[in-house]
Design a binder for this molecule. Sequence first.
Ligand code: GDP
Ligand code: MN
Length: 402
Amino acid sequence: MNIHEYQAKALLRDYGVAVPNGCVAFTAQEAEDAATQLGGSVWVVKSQIHAGGRGAGRFTNDLTGPGGVRVVKSVSDVRRNAAQMLASVLVTKQTGAAGREVKRVYIEEGCAIERELYLGMLIDRNTSRITVMASTEGGMEIEEVAAHTPDKILKVAIDPATGLQSFHARQIAFGLGLSGKQVSAAVRLIVGMYRAFVELDASIVEINPLVVTTAGDVLALDAKINFDDNALFRHPSIEALRDEAEEDAAELEAAKHGLNYVTLDGNIGCMVNGAGLAMATMDIIKLYGGEPANFLDVGGGATRERVATAFRLILDDPKVEGILVNIFGGIMRCDVIAEGVVAAAREVDLRVPLVVRLEGTNVELGKQILRDSGLPILSADHLADAADKVVAAVARSHTGVQ
Ligand code: GDP
Ligand code: MN
């Protein structure tokens, strides 16, 4: 799960991470009030969406105008810029072309930046450890730094038995070229950030940029936290920060029905039982020249209703031009799957080719149900045959040749 920058900053602040003072606002009036309350003479108006790259992003209604993060010098400018951002659509490198509507802005005290640094923590799958990544190249995407100047990234893997110790934090602070009182400030921040990571069951905590101000303070100017969904049950207060408007509607709907569904960019919808088989199905679709529109694992003990819901989710996606149902009936019975598919296909307008590959328990019964349905279902005998058939059927629908 993802949260907004202002929420991440509030959490990190509780762990001793230094962040500027700020206030979230849902309206231009609230933004103005926030600026008045914060005081000072420079404010930053920041669009709150679950995507990075806001500073360099552009609003669809003002493509040549300023981005999603603006430094302003009067309360009336805070109000004006907040009003422009709210209800406008911001497109960044991370949002895709459709962009995201801004529904909240964060009003922060401005600060004078001397240096922008990068500080991130994530779980490194190679070492199975929380790894701290730091770089003097702050403000830009760490992926860019990693691609062009990988030697500018300092990585420190943390042994879970000891946790992050102050010597690790000092090593990072020195690696970032900090000195004097900035080192102790950075150490406090890094230690707090690590505690937040572990205690909140995060999977990523990223501060980009971490800045040194002209006054010599070390501050988190941006903050991003991703949480491990499997541990959310331990953190109801974090679950409460969920902003459903920022989440994929299909994925939300799927989660409500206990389906593991992830939206992807391709045009072939997949319904599979078992995560491993779902991965293999996506691979083989690609091998045959197609692109999966989603990952969908209906699980081991799906009911007819759940299968029908899964099928509807796939069909609701306008990108879908063909569907591959690939079921290995172990615990799951092929006839239950067939009934669910038929029920859903009848209910909705099945406007795309559907290939079904069934194998396992009650396979003959399942195939019979599909045949008897009278629906135009292409039956496949094995996985490669199924992938081949669905990719070919989608290609045929493009050329108009049946
Ligand atoms: P992102 O583009 O979504 O990653 O949003 P950030 O929160 O990182 O903001 C983008 C950039 O805005 C930062 O890299 C800073 O250069 C700049 N910025 C953010 N806050 C301030 C501030 O208080 N003062 C100044 N001068 N610049 C800021
Ligand atoms: Mn940033």
